[in-house]
Design a protein around this ligand. Structure first.
Ligand SMILES: Cc1cc2nc3c(=O)[nH]c(=O)nc-3n(C[C@H](O)[C@H](O)[C@H](O)COP(=O)(O)O)c2cc1C
Length: 209
């Protein structure tokens, strides 16, 4: 089996970072296995505390399994809305909450995604050593023209999620990342300027212009 070919991720880093936005509407077209492998190779290059390499990945491309998981994801998404917003049905979501509207559509459609990567960790593997892998994974996907969005689940479905994929009890869940070619376009994103979020030398002291 040939090794990963990082030259296929030649998109300028700035372009990848500045155009990477949440892609929730996915084409059903399958992603070549060699592309998924390259994305995973990029993921495992991320730093982790003490180089502990706690992250584990479960890639699902079997359409039947993804469809089965889709129902669980839908339940988890609504369980989160119930807990955090008190929403229990689509009519409860205000029309101006665009991200929530879009996320609800993903909850309806994720069962038709061509690929889902679950970012997991060995027991107690700290989130800050796993998030780095997830971001590398999504940037590598972006460089290949593959859309992604980081999502989470809800404790209500965790046992059934693990049972569905035979995930051992001592493996922790961190992210559910659907991957697919976008229906729609990549980036730009709407973010606050770094100067608003940054102090220099002392908290509250503005960054030099
Ligand atoms: C920790 C975390 C949890 C998230 N959970 C969800 C989710 O459950 N469903 C979803 O559709 N998007 C989820 N997102 C995606 C965010 O909504 C998205 O990154 C954010 O709105 C910025 O989107 P943009 O890059 O398109 O501007 C999550 C992102 C993070 C980092």
């Amino acid at each position: 089996m040939p090794g990963p070919d990082p030259s296929r991720l030649a998109m300028p880093l700035g372009e990848a970072i500045f155009t990477q936005r949440a892609i929730r509407r996915l084409k059903p077209d399958p992603i070549p296995v060699e592309d998924i492998r390259l994305i995973l190779e990029a993921a495992v290059k991320a730093p982790s505390g003490g180089n502990g390499q706690f992250a584990r990945f479960l890639v699902v491309t079997d359409p039947a399994k993804i469809a089965e998981f889709g129902a669980l994801y839908h339940e988890a998404w609504w369980a989160k809305r119930r807990d955090f917003e008190g929403w229990t049905k689509p009519e409860d979501i205000p029309a101006d909450r665009a991200v929530s509207q879009s996320a609800m559509r993903l909850a309806n459609e994720i069962g038709a995604a061509p690929c889902i990567v679950f970012v997991l960790a060995t027991k107690g593997g700290p989130a800050n050593s796993v998030i780095t892998c997830a971001q590398n994974l999504m940037l590598a996907a972006r460089a290949l023209g593959i859309g992604s969005v980081p999502t989470t689940l809800h404790p209500q479905v965790m046992d059934r999620f693990k049972a569905m994929f035979a995930i051992p009890e001592d493996i922790d869940f961190h992210f559910c990342i659907p991957l697919g070619y976008p229906r729609g376009n990549f980036g730009p994103t709407n973010r606050r300027p770094s100067a608003e979020l940054t102090s220099w030398d002392t908290w509250g002291n503005p960054a030099p212009r």
